[in-house]
Design a protein around this ligand. Sequence first.
Ligand code: FE2
Ligand code: FE2
Length: 233
Amino acid sequence: MAITRVEPVEFVRRLREEVKTHRAVTHPFLTRFAAGGLARWQLWGYGSQHYYLVGFFTAYLEAIANRTPDAQVRALVRDILEDEYMRRQSFERSHPALYRRFLRAIGFSEGEWDQIPLLPATRTFVTLHLDMTLRSWLEALGAVGPGHEWAIPPMFGHLLQGIERSVPIAPEALEYFRLHIDLDVKHGKLLEQGLVRWAESEEHQDLIRRGAQRSLEARASFWDALGQQLFGD
Ligand SMILES: [Fe+2]
Ligand SMILES: [Fe+2]
């Protein structure tokens, strides 16, 4: 019987389709949020929970860079880390710092963002991702590449629209969102090179897909929880 092995490039193409149509990316919370007219407490609720996710993202990348046996993947991931930390420019432009600009603009005072109680779905999201980085760097690559960098541009478009349609806000305060809509397309392509290098066996393909799916499932649960809190869904 002929073996129907999926070529790496085709595997990656199919995975892109799966991400594009995943519930995390097409989630009703995002559509509702994008419609705008949000009260300040709703923006706060969203911002405080999302900030926690933003702060942990580099930990997953650092773990992949440390654990991969592939020097080329390590180089790709380090490149993305440089963008995250913005060390070449200034720490004030690290991605969490850009997010804090947004939080200040919607009325948070300094450090207040660390005092907001986290929803269980917010904690679970981070725990799950940290757990993946310990389990398998390839699964983590699926979570960070397809699960984050591919999914973020379409998701963040909705967030940006919803904020702009809710409060008058300075453009600098929205840089975090604008930046990611473009930058993550680049990051997504970089990580795709790493995926193609490693997606040569069914076993590896399963790990990558599993990472992507687990990440997106956790994201969908995160939107579910925010939908409940903000809109009483
Ligand atoms: Fe980022
Ligand atoms: Fe990125």
